[in-house]
Design a binder for this molecule. Structure first.
Ligand SMILES: [Zn+2]
Length: 111
């Protein structure tokens, strides 16, 4: 599954342990990670050990991390709430509009 976020196209992968994607450079990440975004490689990992509802929530969470990265908001000292929401909202909309499989996964309410 893929998602366009700003100028980037992220690949979304489902794994039992997303932290394993980092190999030995896991640092202090917990073993039971729900999701992980690697911005440098445009990769999002979602743990498939949890319910679909949890995976949906985790994927939105990780998409927002990707949008935060793509927006450059992290380089601002204290972006305001309005600035943050105004920049992230169109990126979330873009991600949803970019991929039918992503929409089907996130909008499935039969979970
Ligand atoms: Zn997070």
């Amino acid at each position: 599954m893929k998602a366009d976020i700003g100028p980037y196209t992220y690949s979304i992968r489902f794994r039992k342990e997303p932290g394993k994607a980092l190999g030995k450079n896991k640092g202090g990440l917990p073993k039971d990670l729900y999701g992980l975004t690697i911005n440098g490689e445009q990769l999002i990992y979602i743990s498939n050990r949890h319910s679909k509802k949890v995976q949906q929530d985790t994927l939105v969470h990780e998409l927002l991390h990707a949008a935060w990265f793509a927006s450059g908001l992290g380089s601002l000292h204290h972006p305001s709430e309005e600035e943050t929401v105004s920049i992230l909202a169109p990126m979330v909309l873009q991600a949803l509009q970019s991929n039918q499989e992503l929409r089907d996964f996130l909008l499935d309410d039969q979970v």
